[in-house]
Design a protein around this ligand. Sequence first.
Ligand code: TXA
Ligand code: MG
Length: 337
Amino acid sequence: MQTNVIDIRTEYETALNEASRLIKNGAVVGIPTETVYGLAANALDEEAVKKIYIAKGRPSDNPLIVHISDISELSPLVREIPEKVKIMAEKFWPGPLTMIMKKSDLIPLKTSGGLDTVAIRMPSNEYARAIIRKCGVPLAAPSANLSGSPSPTNAKYVYDDMNGRIPLIIDGGASKIGVESTVITFVTEIPTVLRPGGVTLEEIRDTIGETRLADAVLHELKEGETAASPGMKYKHYAPHADITILKGSLEKFIEYTKGKDFFALVFEGEEKYFKNAVTYGKPLDGVSEANRLFDALRELDERNAKTVYARCPELDGVGLAVYNRLIRSAGFNIIEL
Ligand code: TXA
Ligand code: MG
């Protein structure tokens, strides 16, 4: 299959027409969002959704996020809308927030990975919403990487992973946020964050009060433990290199790595201390770290890094999302200095 790329910033009408024509015909199209690029298909069409799993090489029990362009599209997709979901939608939609509710019969089990719940998000990226609107159906879209690789934050990275696997990629420029949306479930008695992202735990607690953080956000699932979110049990975001996170000061990091042959994954301003270094954002600035992390991981691959030592982000605000992705890409290899 030939993979075409259309830049929606310069060819708006062509991009919208082609994307919607293909999606209405049951194909999968790479689309930009503010978090990361997605692999979009008609969420209500089982056959179309199957193609997403094939293109990604994704296990079919890992459910997809359903994207909408307007709040009015929500109610047909779910059994009921909990009060707290309404409050959250009012404050954070459109944006990097995915909310899980009981699904309606409209959502095929293929889309929900066999679960009786569905994850819904309204992206803030204008191009994404225009594409959904033009298709006239909600779009199921996981991140547009091959299963196990870092999520793509621009059209080139989508092309690297999806060339020959999908007919079209819509280029809308670099993703603004750089890590995937916050996923929160309202099916549990107390709302529970399953994946941290651009909407922070602090902001959520300020908005709806008591909110849990799922154990698997910060730790590896133990043998036999069931995942609240199926995505938690798979290896994720991993470049080819072996990454080890060194928790502690920059001084201790320098001392620990002295004389070793490695790539340093460090914060801006720290690269001068190392022979081979890739930076991922500013120290103590989760937003800028999120914006750079996946690009930095792909850059390490491009530079053929084998052994990587990484600086550890702070765990508050968006930093929690950065830490959550980094520990997975490091296979939970963490050394306390
Ligand atoms: O920012 C994002 O969310 C991007 C863009 C494209 O919108 N999408 C994305 O999708 O990250 P994906 O498929 O890579 O990640 C979805 C995560 C997975 O970990 C999945 O297991 C979880 O959400 N998930 C989806 N539906 C769920 C459900 N019903 N119950 C529990 N977890 C669910
Ligand atoms: Mg993903």
